[in-house]
Design a binder for this molecule. Sequence first.
Ligand code: NAD
Length: 272
Amino acid sequence: MEYFELNNGVKVPALGFGTYQMPSSITEENVSKAIELGYRSIDTAQNYGNEAEVGQAVNNSDVPRDQLFITSKTQTSGYRSTLRGIDESLQSAKLDYLDLMIIHWPTIDNSGTYKALEDAYKAGKLRAIGVSNFNSNKLQSLINHAEVKPMVDQVETHIYWQQKKLHKFLNENNILHESWAPLGEGMSPVLSDPEIVKIAKKYQKSTAQVILRFLTQQHIMVIPKSTNPAHIAENLDVFDFKLTDDDLATISNLDQGHSDVNWPSSMGQEAY
Ligand code: NAD
């Protein structure tokens, strides 16, 4: 596993396990399997309805809690409901703290919502805080009023939507770029792109592995999801090879500069 460092010094695994649309009935089993295989970072959300099962897998694991990095996301707007929501997440997952809590999408009261994250961070309930689906304008206005600088922005990022402008803004502000849908949610043709197929053959890796390696080599944290045991193992096995500068350039040129899902609309290219 490779690690990145957040702007508060906390270390975060470059690759984690996503759980979006993972039914709660199979989440504990899949997260336990992932941890057994070597995943050390798990991404859940209040909105996914599986925080409790992620917590069960964490608490049942032989891996010490301080070696795991658990992320959740708010689904509230405003100070009080968000503070309450954080406590409910901790109670539901039966965890003393979360490693990262992010605002899932911009709300009508971003500053109040973020203030709750700051206070929970100061109280030791969260080791890091940040946002998701924030464009650079929204993030800049949050930073202007924040006491604690956000540490992460989790946004749709894959080879056809590389977020180059936002990536530059995040780097300049020392905020980690985290990708959701690194594999195009399994619906986009990213995994069968002919250039990726060619590169994958050269390294004797799968196209998913090449894509995950490309993103992590750009200093982008990834959280691919799968419930297929072979894919769960395959997606983790990406740190024994390195793409050359030529291959990185080829993949960089595959960027189409727009979202696959067009959600949320505030993430449109013109907002950068
Ligand atoms: P993903 O890009 O990780 O794609 C997952 C799908 O790709 C799987 O369902 C499967 O169909 C396919 N797949 C996975 N591994 C494969 C492999 N090795 N070979 C072939 N196919 C493979 O999409 P995602 O789950 O939407 O995104 C990853 C995680 O990001 C989510 O699980 C969730 O935790 C997070 N997320 C966050 C937001 C947000 O708004 N912050 C939105 C979406 C997802």
